[in-house]
Design a binder for this molecule. Structure first.
Ligand SMILES: C[S@@+](CC[C@H](N)C(=O)[O-])C[C@H]1O[C@@H](n2cnc3c(N)ncnc32)[C@H](O)[C@@H]1O
Length: 440
């Protein structure tokens, strides 16, 4: 009820402010006023069009500034609570991306009162806090699960339902590039309607929902994080893929499926969490049918990475702590592990190399974007202070700011790693499990 009141108030506020601004137009055709108000309000969320509309309106300087002011004010309100925005009901139902949702999801399976101690334990695994690679590898389940319990709400708040990067073209939105990157994987795997597919390390299922609808396949999402699976099931139900797709909670180092179970397997920015690439790929090889393919986007250090360079090491450590990684492997190590597991590598490439726009652009603080406002310097400033206030008044658990801090560290490391070309989140490979005599 309160939300509804808020929404109506915002609508009226937007309407009034724009009408006021437009009343200074000359000439002011009613139709233009009506169209402008509709577009302005309906585009409030994906709003580059609104902005360009405002800039093209025949307004005199004071009215134009007024319109810009109200536009920015509305965006800040929307960043506080997405329930205020004018979107289709289903999208609204799917979105769990307001600051209050962020606070309520933070901690995942961890009790809210234990968030701070979980953050402290998590930090201690990492180099910046004196942690050792071996401890991260031997305790990978605890380390990675703590990480995702703490950050999933932030990911969903800032990035959306798919937790990965993408190469990007000029004129393409972040969301469009993410979907295209998922479609690319489906096309590379040659997915056919009715096939049984495995998504290894599926997050909350953004790619799974997109790929299953794109290719009419049945996808099993495998994930070791209970909170993400609960969230994924809810989202699958909303879009209606819950009849054909499911989630399994398990470790990708010990897949709970018989041999030759799947027609295709993919992993998007997930197997980088494995303590050992060979162990993980060997399991994938086992559950994949002979003659079928495995494709992945891996997080890797590139050949430009110099282990003796302190700055490179610092960037690597920032990415590790900020992203819950035991150790970031070189591209060559992944390739070696694939072959060792028995795969035939069809082709492999670091897709970052040909991306017209850099993949790290959304995290780059120097850039301004209205469509992904929350990722910009201003948006991050707003989020940081919101989290601070929510933590101070007890709505967000103690420790929330610390989570925001290590995510900031990750963003800095990722942007630096990307700029120096020593790190990529999109080392792509397509590999095939050879046909055996029995299967021919
Ligand atoms: C960066 S997220 C990517 C999620 C998803 N692929 C996407 O693009 O939206 C990495 C995912 O790997 C999962 N993961 C990490 N270690 C795992 C393990 N040992 N077994 C299963 N899942 C794991 C995490 O829980 C998380 O969902």
């Amino acid at each position: 009820m309160l939300q509804r009141k808020f929404r109506v108030a915002l609508l009226e506020f937007g309407l009034l402010s724009l009408s006021l601004s437009l009343s200074h137009c000359h000439p002011t055709p009613n139709q233009l006023l009506f169209d402008a108000v509709c577009i302005y309000l309906n585009q409030l969320v994906s709003s580059s069009e609104s902005l360009s509309l405002i800039s093209h309106l025949p307004l005199q300087p004071p009215s134009k500034s007024l319109s810009f002011f109200f536009f920015c004010f509305s965006r800040i309100l929307l960043s506080i609570s997405p329930q205020l925005c004018v979107r289709e009901v289903q999208e609204e139902e799917m979105s769990k991306a307001g600051a209050l949702d962020l606070a309520s999801g933070l901690g995942g399976k961890i009790d809210k009162t234990d968030v701070l101690s979980a953050v402290e334990k998590y930090e201690k695994y990492h180099v910046c806090y004196g942690g050792e690679e071996e401890a991260r590898k031997s305790n990978y389940t605890d380390m990675v699960n703590k990480y995702y319990d703490l950050v999933t709400s932030f990911y969903e708040y800032g990035w959306g339902e798919s937790f990965h990067f993408a190469p990007r073209w000029n004129g393409e939105s972040l969301r469009e590039s993410i979907k295209r990157h998922e479609h690319f994987l489906a096309l590379q795997l040659g997915l056919k309607p009715g096939q049984k597919v495995l998504d290894v390390g599926c997050g909350i299922g953004g790619p799974l929902r997109e790929i299953s609808r794109f290719s009419s396949t049945s996808i099993t999402g495998l994930n070791n994080n209970e909170y993400q699976i609960t969230r994924g099931k809810e989202l699958n139900r909303i879009v209606g893929v819950d009849k054909t797709c499911n989630f399994v909670k398990a470790d990708f180092m010990k897949l709970p499926f018989p041999e030759n179970s799947f027609d295709a397997v993919y992993a998007i920015e997930a197997t980088c969490h494995a303590p050992d690439a060979y162990g993980c790929y060997k399991e994938i090889y086992r559950v994949l049918k002979s003659g079928q393919c495995f494709a992945a986007y891996e997080w890797c250090m590139t050949d430009a990475f110099d282990p003796n360079n302190q700055e490179h090491q610092k960037i690597k450590a920032e990415i590790e702590i900020g992203d819950g990684l035991p150790d970031i492997r070189l591209t060559g190590k992944c390739l070696e592990a694939l072959k060792q597991a028995g795969f035939e590598v069809i082709w492999e490439k670091d897709l970052a190399v040909d991306s017209p726009l850099p993949w790290y652009l959304p995290l780059d603080k120097s850039r301004i974007s209205l469509s992904s406002f929350r990722l910009t310097a201003a948006g991050r400033f707003v989020t940081r202070n919101l989290v601070k206030v929510l933590e101070y008044i007890g709505l967000a658990p103690a420790g929330s700011q610390r989570v925001q801090d290590f995510l900031e560290k990750a963003a800095v490391g990722l942007v630096e790693g990307g700029k120096k070309e020593i790190f990529t989140p999109m080392y792509f490979f397509l590999a095939r499990k050879p046909l055996t005599e029995e299967s021919q």
